[in-house]
Design a protein around this ligand. Sequence first.
Ligand SMILES: O=C(O)c1cc(=O)[nH]c(=O)n1[C@@H]1O[C@H](COP(=O)(O)O)[C@@H](O)[C@H]1O
Length: 317
Amino acid sequence: MTSFANRLHREILKKQTPALVGLDPRWDQLPREIQERASQQGGSDAAIHARAFEEFCLRVIDVVSGLVPAVKPQSAFFEACGPDGSRVLANVIQHARNAGLIVICDAKRGDIGTTAEAYAAAYLAGEDPQAAPYAADALTINPYMGVDTLQPFVSRADAVGAGLYVLVRTSNPGARDFQDRQTDDETLYTAVARQVENLSLQLARGETYGSVGAVTGATYPEELAVLRKVMPHTPLLIPGYGSQGGTSQDVAAAFDGRGLGGLVNNSRGILFGFRKGPLAEEFGEARWEAAVQAATVKMIDDLAANTPAGKLRQSSK
Ligand SMILES: O=C(O)c1cc(=O)[nH]c(=O)n1[C@@H]1O[C@H](COP(=O)(O)O)[C@@H](O)[C@H]1O
C-alpha cells in the first residue's frame, strides 16, 4: 500500500505545483446559468442549492484536474444543504478522485476515541475509494480534545493509506486567542506541533514525510517558518493565500529543497475570480470556467516564481 504522503508527493511532482483548489461553493456567488438550471427543477432551497453546488464543483474539477494535484471540498457548504448536500459532497469527492486528484475533505472533526473512530470510518478511504462513504484521501481534524482523540484517526489513516491534517496554527485573526497561549515554556500551538511531528514521524517509517499533516495559515509567515522547523517530517496544508491576504512569499518557508512539503489552498480566489477585478473584465460571468483556469494558472506561476516550489518545474527538465 502506498502511503498518503507518497501518493500526494507523486501527484505534486506530476503536476509540478503545490497549488490546492478549495471547493467552497456559495450559492449567491455561483454563475447565474447554474442557479437557474438548478432552480428550474424545483424542490426546497436546500435541494436547489445542493444541485447547483454539484454542477458547479464537477465543472470546476474538470477545469483544474489537469493543473493541480489536489482539491479540498469544504464540508460546511454541503452540510448546509442538509441530506442532499451530503450526497453531493460524496459525489464531488468521487468525481475528483476519478479525475486523478487527491481529495482532502475539510470537515475539522475531533471527538473522544470511539466517536473519532466513527468519523474516521466515515471520511478516510485512503487508496480504496470504496472504503468510506465520503471517500477522501485525507481529512482535517481538530486536536483540542487531546492526543487520545487523534489516535483513532491516525490508526485508520495508517491502515488504509489515508492522510490527516491537524489544525496547528490557523489562518484566522482569532488564532491568537488560544493557540498563542504560553504553556510552560512554549505556546499551545508549538506544543500541538510537537505532538503532530511525533505522529508523522511514526508513520513516515524512514521516509522524509509521514501522513499526519498540519494546518498552518499563510497569514502568519513567521509562525509558519517556526513550525516548519518544529515539524520537519510533517506535510503542511496552508490556507489563507489570496482572499485572506497571504502571499506566495509568506508561504515560501513551508517547502524543502525539492519543492515538496506543502500544499497551498485557494478557494474563493479561484472559484469566484470571475466576479471582480481583471478576471471579471477579461472573462466575465459567461466564461467563468476560463476564469477558474486563468486564476489557477496565475497561482501556480506565482508559487513557482516566489517559493522553492519552482524547483518542481526545474526537476522535470
Ligand atoms: O483547514 C482549513 O482548510 C482552514 C484552516 C484555516 O486555518 N483557515 C482556513 O481558511 N481554512 C479553510 O480554507 C478555506 C479558505 O478559503 P479562501 O479564504 O476562500 O481561500 C476555507 O475552506 C477555510 O475553512
